[in-house]
Design a protein around this ligand. Structure first.
Ligand SMILES: Cc1cc2nc3c(=O)[nH]c(=O)nc-3n(C[C@H](O)[C@H](O)[C@H](O)COP(=O)(O)OP(=O)(O)OC[C@H]3O[C@@H](n4cnc5c(N)ncnc54)[C@H](O)[C@@H]3O)c2cc1C
Length: 293
């Protein structure tokens, strides 16, 4: 299928992009890497009359430290995240996640902002922003918002982005010393999207116990979510294999799982429990390695 006809715009700066978005309203869509938008247009699921390509706006690209946080521009590609030394040092889970998205072609052109704005229920980053406690920064002609990761996804393919807003960057607060993170996913055999993906961040306290444990799970149903019952069971404890194994039985508590052609809801919940167990153990091992370095 071919997309419906559209006008193509490529503004050089964010002010021009916002003015275009404002003047064309619902008839316009932002174009980032195009890996979700263009297929949707070809299927005529979306028929924007105007495409606003933000690929020429340099300020939206790259990974930098800003005010004790790692700020990742919305137009930063998956490959740039996967290969960033800063991301590898601060958030190995994020580097891991970017490195297992799709194939090299998607990773070279697809962007973190495009992925989070599209909000696919099986995308990888939604689990990461929950585990790493990120804030998402948006801008419009009338101001902007800083949105907590917990409030970003609002339903199937729906986010907190308001009409006229552009997602400009994703901020990950600097982790305390002795913090480890990890991401493990069971990929779909064809698309590589997450059948289940679990991201974990945990800090090793001075007393050797787990602090600030956060577990983000994607691939469950319409939005990613935290495995709160498992987090609560392990917070303040020594994460021995037995303790994590026991708590992993709570990883699916309170979470809704989809039935689909690939897996039943029960099988998906089982994968959530086993993947959460391994991801927590991997993050804990990294936290302990940092403590002994
Ligand atoms: C074969 C294939 C396999 C894939 N496998 C995976 C996978 O394993 N894991 C995974 O997570 N993803 C996967 N993806 C999705 C991929 O990561 C895409 O890059 C991503 O979903 C969309 O990013 P994009 O930059 O291409 O955005 P686009 O397709 O350009 O845009 C997507 C949507 O977001 C909006 N948008 C884009 N940027 C902004 C912004 N800054 N502000 C506001 N709105 C914006 C657009 O208007 C559009 O509605 C796969 C895609 C394909 C085609």
């Amino acid at each position: 299928m071919y997309p419906a006809p559209f006008d193509y715009h490529r503004p050089d700066d964010i002010a021009d992009a916002l003015a275009l978005l404002d003047s064309h309203g619902d008839d316009a869509r932002i174009l980032a890497g195009g890996f979700s938008l263009i297929p949707a247009m070809k299927l005529r699921m979306m028929q924007p009359a105007h495409l606003i390509d933000i690929g020429g706006i340099d300020i939206l690209k790259g990974v930098r430290i800003e005010n004790d946080a790692l700020s990742i521009g919305a137009m930063t590609t998956h490959w740039e995240i996967e290969s960033s030394p800063l991301v590898a040092e601060w958030f190995p889970a994020l580097a891991q996640a970017a490195g297992v998205i799709a194939d090299a072609q998607v990773r070279n052109c697809g962007t973190i902002g495009g992925s989070l704005a599209y909000s696919d229920p099986s995308a990888d980053y939604p689990a990461l922003i929950l585990a790493l406690n990120a804030r998402l920064v948006t801008i419009s002609l009338h101001g902007g918002n800083v949105i907590d990761a917990m409030n970003w996804q609002q339903g199937l393919l729906t986010t907190a982005l308001e009409p006229g807003e552009i997602l400009i960057d994703i901020r990950f607060p600097k982790p305390p010393a002795r913090t480890g993170s990890a991401y493990i996913k069971i990929p779909h055999p064809a698309s590589r999207f997450a059948v289940i993906g679990v991201a974990v961040s945990v800090t090793l306290g001075e007393d050797g116990k787990a602090r600030d444990l956060r577990i983000g799970v994607t691939g469950t149903s319409t939005t990613a979510c935290r495995a709160l019952a498992m987090e609560q069971a392990l917070e303040g404890h020594n994460l021995t294999r037995d303790a994590v194994e026991a708590a992993s039985h709570l990883a699916d508590e309170g979470i809704e799982f989809n039935d689909d052609q690939l897996l039943s809801a029960g099988d998906r919940a089982y994968l959530c429990r086993t993947t959460a167990r391994e991801a927590v153990l991997a993050a804990w091992a990294r936290a302990r390695n940092k403590a002994s370095a």
